[in-house]
Write a protein that binds this ligand. Sequence first.
Ligand SMILES: NC(=O)c1ccc[n+]([C@@H]2O[C@H](COP(=O)([O-])OP(=O)(O)OC[C@H]3O[C@@H](n4cnc5c(N)ncnc54)[C@H](O)[C@@H]3O)[C@@H](O)[C@H]2O)c1
Length: 258
Amino acid sequence: MKIALVGYGKMGHMIEALAKKRGNTIVATIDSYAQDATVKTADPVQIAEAVKQSGAEGVIEFTHPDAVLGNIQSLLPLGKPLVVGTTGWNAHIDKVADWAKQNNCSLFYAANYSIGVNLFYRIIEEASKLISDYDEYDTAVWEAHHAQKVDSPSGTALEIARRIMATNFKKTKIVTDAFHAKPLPNELHVSSTRLGSVPGTHTVYFDSNADTITLTHTARSREGFALGAVRAMEWLFEGIEKGSLSKGQLYTMSDLLQ
Ligand SMILES: NC(=O)c1ccc[n+]([C@@H]2O[C@H](COP(=O)([O-])OP(=O)(O)OC[C@H]3O[C@@H](n4cnc5c(N)ncnc54)[C@H](O)[C@@H]3O)[C@@H](O)[C@H]2O)c1
């Protein structure tokens, strides 16, 4: 399919490479700053116009939290399936779902496009459900990332924690700070390490007096995110073409991985 990229930074470049490898064509690369972009603008109206001119059949957006809502608002009226990877706008998700409905245009959003991480979420849910029947097991989450990361804990660690709490009702509170007293049984500790260049690592511990079960996901590169975004684009486009997916809907990874 023909894809326009809005945002041609680290993710945009990797998405271009993987999309081409899978037989797609990149018809426009639009960025406010990147020297090698085919169109240089940060104006959402001009971005939409450039997408229209390119003949793209779908759009992938990986820019900046400050730009994403304006871009979505400007791109939806084009009616082209839109995959958004930019994070940091979760508070506006209901409003954006309404925009998609009003414009009869479908949108896909995931805070984490890695297929492996999304499968890991499901593995954790199953494990947590099983283990929650056994009072002797306690649970904790630990994550490590490279020292360039500015936030902690990672959004992925918090999502893992939410899924643990949804499947183990004994855990009702996430604690991300250090403890200065014994943890209470309902507290789920989510701890973080920032170190050198380590790749994103997420571990869940289920611990009893007798043993520990550890489940770990380790990312090797950004490739997993980029591949997931391209697959989401292809899935959304084909689903709408074939009529198995609806126009005007907001989809996410749990829909794709059914
Ligand atoms: N959902 C996921 O799985 C996932 C994975 C990785 C990154 N991300 C998110 O994707 C976003 C981009 O990540 P990145 O690593 O490519 O960042 P990056 O800084 O390398 O690239 C962002 C690009 O967007 C451009 N840009 C910024 N504002 C713009 C605007 N108004 N109009 C057009 N272009 C604009 C910048 O010039 C830059 O080239 C971030 O929000 C990041 O958190 C999401």
